[in-house]
Design a protein around this ligand. Structure first.
Ligand code: SAH
Length: 388
């Protein structure tokens, strides 16, 4: 199907922007087929598809005049696999991202590797509709994968998670990252038990940053940062998360690494309630990890990074050792790295402490970022060291 785009959109596409937005189309159209985008004279501009998702209404897949068939997708998968050679060679890490959407020339599709299994995330209905072509190509390039699961990340009545092909993964499926074991569940809703994009930060915690320290992990989910810290020699970890499931899940992560639960505290609690409790008890930590969701609704209040991150920093300073460390992280795509940094530093200034930024992380390289789409690099992590 041919679809005409505006002159403005032609320019944008030629500048390498891969996302189609509704204002780019001369006439509104919806289709599940692959699409040839043309200028108003009918000349080919790019090939791709339309499909509504949380951002945009479609993706450019190629600027060449070629079929979007099994061999096209196989080429993209082969390139993605090749790019991750250094992950394949590292036996200490058996879970990482295989295909990162537009970063690997496949906007709308994400595939993660968990040991011998793959987890597909479909971000729009059109790719899902064309999944036969895509999965056939995937199997050609990744024949060693024993089984695959899929997550539906667009509005639909389909189950959000199900097995897609091959063998079923054990539950839990034990994966390794930097030599540390994590228990994952490939078929429990959209989340698996670990956020793979934080592997460099976990790596830093396990290879020295947490050594000899007391660590507080806020918004801890399954406690992955706590486990990395404990494996890296933290003398005690405290994990705080509102969700009831976080208690058994966090215990399990420690247990699969043979760690003693005695030195690990786990609280099912609201973060701000925990800050109050810790201040009352005059607790003091050497290192605090802050990694909230970009948006969360609790019974009492709504948390948004832009509005509330400063409060998290201020509360943290109150229970942080005078030479303590804060790891401030956010995955909020709508907040620029500069703004996030400013937010943190404004809060630190307000508390009147001296500090130094000692490290900064963006997405690791298995989460490939497309040069024409820098906003795809949503992760921002800053390490601050307080000084006296
Ligand atoms: N830092 C985690 C991922 C955090 S996901 C990791 O690296 O694995 C966000 C978590 O925040 C969820 O587990 C959710 O239950 C929790 N959460 C949301 N609002 C919260 C609140 N007000 N207090 C404590 N935890 C909260």
């Amino acid at each position: 199907m041919k679809i005409t785009v505006t002159q403005k959109a032609v320019k944008k596409i030629k500048k390498d922007y891969p996302l189609i937005q509704s204002e780019d189309l001369v006439r509104p159209v919806e289709t599940n087929e692959w699409v040839t985008f043309t200028d108003t004279q009918g000349n080919l501009v790019a090939k791709g598809y339309l499909g509504k998702q949380n951002k945009g209404i479609g993706w450019i897949l190629t600027r060449e005049n070629r079929e979007l068939d099994v061999s096209f997708f196989a080429e993209r998968f082969a390139a993605a696999k090749n790019r991750r050679n250094h992950y394949y060679r590292n036996e200490q890490t058996t879970a990482f991202r295989l295909v990162n959407g537009e970063g690997d020339g496949l906007g709308g599709l994400i595939v993660d590797l968990y040991e011998d299994f793959a987890v597909f995330s479909w971000y729009n209905e059109t790719l899902y509709f064309n999944r036969k072509t895509i999965v056939t190509a995937f199997k050609k390039i990744f024949p060693e994968i024993k089984g695959a699961y899929e997550k539906i990340r667009f509005e639909s009545s389909l189950p959000e998670s199900k097995q897609m092909y091959g063998k079923e993964a054990p539950e839990p499926l034990l994966i390794k990252e930097n030599g540390i074991v994590y228990a994952t569940y490939l078929n429990e809703g959209l989340m698996t038990g670990i956020f793979l994009d934080q592997h460099e930060v976990r790596g830093r915690l396990s290879d020295g940053l947490a050594s000899g320290k007391t660590v507080l992990n806020m918004f801890s989910y399954t406690g992955a940062f706590s486990v990395a810290a404990a494996m890296g020699g933290a003398v005690q970890t405290t994990s705080v998360d509102l969700a009831k499931r976080s208690l058994p899940k966090t215990k399990e992560q420690f247990t699969v690494n043979g760690l003693d639960l005695e030195q690990q505290k786990i609280h099912v609690m609201d973060t701000f309630e925990y800050f109050k409790y810790a201040k009352k008890k005059e607790l003091l930590f050497d290192l605090i990890v802050l990694d909230p969701p970009s948006f969360a609704r609790n019974k009492k209040k709504v948390f948004s990074v832009a509005k509330n991150y400063g409060d998290l920093i201020e509360d943290s300073v109150d229970i942080l050792h005078p030479q303590g460390t804060i790891i401030a992280s956010t995955n909020a795509a709508n907040l620029s790295p500069e703004k996030f940094q400013q937010l943190i530093e404004d809060a630190l200034d307000k508390k009147g402490v001296s500090y130094e930024q000692t490290a900064a992380y963006r997405l690791p390289d298995d989460f490939t970022v497309y040069a024409g789409f820098p906003e795809g690099n949503y992760l921002k992590v800053y390490v601050y060291q307080l000084k006296q």
